[in-house]
Design a protein around this ligand. Structure first.
Ligand code: BG6
Length: 485
């Protein structure tokens, strides 16, 4: 790892595709807050690159909007930060533009300071290959004067083949240690808490297996629709947009073995082992092990094909075929335009094998552990308790812990800082990406071509097609943040 602390260390973050929404909404506010709190090296610069006609001033003003909330209490700090922002008009795939950028960045280091750089690809994925090749050609990835790290946004490929091809390009110009494939879910406080919860406590780990767990649910539900991104979304759908990345990463963290150390290799090795063990279905089995839906009105959106069969909702059933999890279904669900926005992992334990209590025919409620990723970040544990009164009866009660809202920072902040510090733990390695596509590709194929797969319409503001409820099987229900006891 190249050191990035010390008085002679200079950092430049170059954002390609800087005129886009991501820079304004996520990257600029995150970098600003990191800068303001002194987390970045003292000598740092931010260079926005895009094709739009803008100068430094107009670029800086365009970023203010994203930082508004933070600005509300600190104009002075913003002005200082904005002074470090430069805009260079150009194209990330064009040598002439890159040379201008290279010259400008090298110029900052004319005092002999170390020229550390992060290139952030906030670009359309179709530009990744050309940009990486051009950066390589122009010698901008060589690490003789400082480190060079590249942050790549999702989606990384659109299937196994394209992800492999992209990884090949990546590895032709970079070492894996220079690549930071971002999945913003891994930067969420509660997702990292999953590691702490599992591996800094002893009480859950002995139960975390097929002997005690009935099934696991991983749900990322959104109330918003495609929000004007239908042009992109129609080619991606819920499988490529959410499941291949965010949801499978969550599954890997829930199901993995305890890593031997806290380092990024140990963690990523364990995640990769889980992904390797997850069911890879034949097309028809993928159809049977999934439900897909599309909200009513989706086809009327701009950028959506009139007869589009793109799924805006999906639920899939996966198995982790190893000693710990054999036979335990993992239900993975995500959708847009639903009744609520909530991301949650629910581990439902088995019901007691025998009850001595008179429950008047009702089942004793099995224990349930819910890890609420958002909103109301925290953990809930449901257990049976005596119903107060003169008779013996049982009722479920819930223990809850919630993080105080003010401690939750945006995930980009954490991930950008990790990239600056060279910590790859929360970034996806090339093998994980490829294995995730191996899991998802059969569903994509089934949803396009299998006669066993049907697209169910659902009304906006509901919880998706009703078929998804039956999909869970008897005595199981979907849990959500709205699910009260
Ligand atoms: C992105 C998807 O990766 O994640 C979006 O492309 C989705 O479609 C978003 O809305 C959800 O992220 P979050 O953090 O709001 O749950």
């Amino acid at each position: 790892m190249v050191s990035n602390s010390g008085d002679d260390q200079r950092l430049t973050v170059v954002i390609f595709g800087a005129s886009g929404d991501l820079t304004r909404r996520k990257l600029a506010p995150a970098l600003f807050h990191l800068y303001k709190t002194g987390a970045l090296p003292k000598m740092c610069h931010f260079v926005g690159v895009a094709r739009s006609e803008m100068d430094d001033e107009s670029f800086r003003s365009a970023l203010v909007e994203g930082a508004e909330e933070i600005l509300a209490y600190d104009h002075e700090a913003w002005d200082e930060f904005a002074g470090k922002i430069t805009y260079i008009r150009g194209s990330s795939t064009d040598d002439e533009s890159l040379k201008r950028i290279d010259q400008a960045v090298s110029g900052y280091c004319s005092d002999g300071s170390t020229d550390n750089r992060i290139y952030y690809m906030a670009l359309a994925p179709s530009l990744y290959t050309g940009t990486l090749q051009a950066l390589g050609r122009c010698g901008m990835l060589e690490e003789s004067s400082g480190y060079r790290r590249v942050v790549v946004e999702k989606p990384f490929g659109t299937n196994l083949k394209s992800a492999q091809a992209l990884n090949e390009v990546v590895h032709s110009v970079l070492n894996e240690s220079q690549v930071f494939r971002i999945d913003h879910y891994l930067g969420k406080e509660t997702v990292q808490n999953l590691l702490v919860f599992r591996f800094a406590n002893t009480i859950f780990e002995p139960l975390w297996n097929r002997n005690y767990v009935d099934h696991v649910q991983i749900s990322v539900l959104e109330s918003l629709d495609t929000e004007g991104r239908a042009g992109y979304y129609d080619g991606a759908g819920v499988l490529r947009d959410m499941m291949q990345s965010h949801l499978l990463q969550l599954l890997a963290l829930v199901a993995m073995e305890p890593p031997a150390t806290g380092g990024s290799d140990a963690l990523r090795n364990e995640k990769a082992k889980v992904l390797q063990s997850v069911s890879k279905y034949e097309t028809d089995s993928a159809a049977i092990n999934s439900v897909r839906g599309q909200y009513v009105g989706y086809r009327d959106e701009e950028g959506v094909a009139e007869s589009s069969s793109t799924a805006t909702f999906g639920a899939i059933r996966l198995y982790v075929n190893n000693w710990r999890w054999q036979g335990v279904p993992f239900f993975v669900r995500s959708g847009k335009a639903l009744a609520e926005k909530s991301s949650e992992i629910s581990v439902q334990f088995r019901a007691p094998p025998h009850t001595i209590f008179d429950t008047h025919g009702a089942e004793v409620t099995p224990n349930l552990l819910q890890i609420s990723i958002q909103p109301h970040e925290g953990v809930h544990l449901t257990f049976e308790n005596k119903k107060p009164g003169t008779r013996m009866g049982t009722a479920p009660e819930r223990l809850e812990y919630h993080f105080p809202a003010q401690v939750i920072r945006d995930s980009y902040e954490r991930l950008l800082l990790d990239a600056v510090e060279g910590d790859q733990s929360l970034f996806t390695r090339s093998d994980e990406i490829e294995m995730s596509w191996q899991i998802i590709d059969p569903f994509v194929e089934a949803w396009q071509n299998s006669l066993k797969s049907q697209l169910y319409p659902y009304e906006k503001g509901t919880m998706g097609p009703e078929t998804a409820d039956e999909f869970l099987g008897e005595n199981r229900v979907w849990y959500g943040h709205g699910s009260e006891l």
